[in-house]
Design a protein around this ligand. Sequence first.
Ligand code: NAD
Length: 519
Amino acid sequence: MGHGHSELPSIDQVRDRAGDALARCGVTLRSSLQEGSDSVALLTVRTPINGAVVAEIPAASAGDVQAAVAAAAEAFIDWRVTPAPARGEVVRRFGENLREHKNDLAELVTLEAGKIESEARGEVQEMIDVCDFAVGLSRQLYGLTMASERPGHRLMETWHPLGVTAVITAFNFPVAVWAWNTAIALVCGNPVVWKPSEQTPLTALACDSLLKKAFAETRTDPRLHSVLPGGRAVGEALIDDTRTALVSATGSVRMGREVAPRVAARFGKTLLELGGNNGAIVAPTADIDLAVRGIVFAAAGTAGQRCTTLRRLIVHESIADEVTERVAKAYSTLRIGNPFSSGVLVGPLIGGTSYDAMKAALQQAQSSGGELLCGGERHYAEEAPDAYYVSPALVRMPGQEPIVHEETFAPILYVMTYTEFDEAIALHNAVPQGLASAVFTNDVREAETFLSAAGSDCGITNVNIGTSGAEIGGAFGGEKHTGGGRESGSDAWKAYMRRATNTINYSRELPLAQGVEFG
Ligand code: NAD
């Protein structure tokens, strides 16, 4: 395995880097205490790079949650009637601040989430892209005009802001997912209250600071955004607040199962982006070079910690050995280690819980007939006992063992084989999650079948490209246990607005619909 030793940064180096990057984004940790907060709980922030404690920051209290939602609700009164293109101007400014601080934010993403530098910069680029998209959208919040059945009448629909939008995010996309929600929520006319992952609160403070800077530069009400660092209890207080009209929550299926019924019980709206268990089919006509590159990036990139990570490979029996050997060979060349080092492609897992889950899944796979072909070893354990670096694992599975149906948030790729294409689709769709999917084929019938109603049941369905790395222009999200939400591009903005159907009578009569006569 291509990991080199003694290249992890020291604890002091990591703390200095975090402090410097935060300062450049306008955050001093002392100032991160909300004014007037009665918080007593502290949130310990660790970096997965060497397991060191980077900072301790105050967690939001129940009172902070109430105050943030109340402030947002007040700011909504004027923001909802601010012309949408003027709201877009604020997001445009924010996008410029992101451009200016791209490297600072990326550095914090690497420090807190352990992403390699190139992926961390890509994540910030995604924020910039969605700001550009939202600015354009601010002039395109279109409604339809429909033909009325009554003479002298017009039917149309108008879209209005929903109200306070609560955004809850996961550790693995600590900034991009918030930006997808916030850029679009703001142009749609909604204030945002953000509960970031308890593992990545520093990036959240930096984002809030850059957004507040854009607010100041455009004389916009700062109450339109708040960040509430903390864990599950803070999230629960936020989703239970009846003044939050929309809860957009990203995380595990377990979290979605708790959030959805609570918000539904008070008739609030939810937008859920939950776990995936993404599969790719490799057909006999596939371009194997291209497929192997797509597979390795999707399965091992971000150390297997993307919602769209490739977890299941379904390969035609005639090419299964060749594809598996080539993926294993590519895995053996991946450099694992300090995500700040150039040439490193696989950084650390977020923490020990993920490592334990990976070990347990590999154990279960092997005891149910799976064969571990490579990977699973831990690195740097001696020099950094609280950091968890692992080699991506490749496991040949006989078929649909229960572990294959679970999302283990670590780099494990299960390989299965098929004979007929229909069987491959059935294998592919047999899991409860429905996020991202791919087929590698040069057979147009297979490609089109995969994209058809009889094909993949996922929200993201690709041909000759891996499962991860979506662009912001399309609607992002998945079906089944992934939660059904759509964010980012296309018409995903509609989830942040409410629709009113308007009937206008410009005649001197009062005809009733459906020919009803009354008096
Ligand atoms: P997680 O579910 O542990 O936590 C996600 C967020 O939810 C955190 O901010 C957490 O504090 C909060 N939370 C947890 N329980 C809550 C509750 N009962 N009420 C309110 N808030 C609560 O997930 P994680 O470990 O941070 O992230 C990994 C998971 O996220 C994976 O399953 C991954 O697939 C998923 N994910 C999905 C997408 C997507 O777009 N579909 C994107 C990124 C991550």
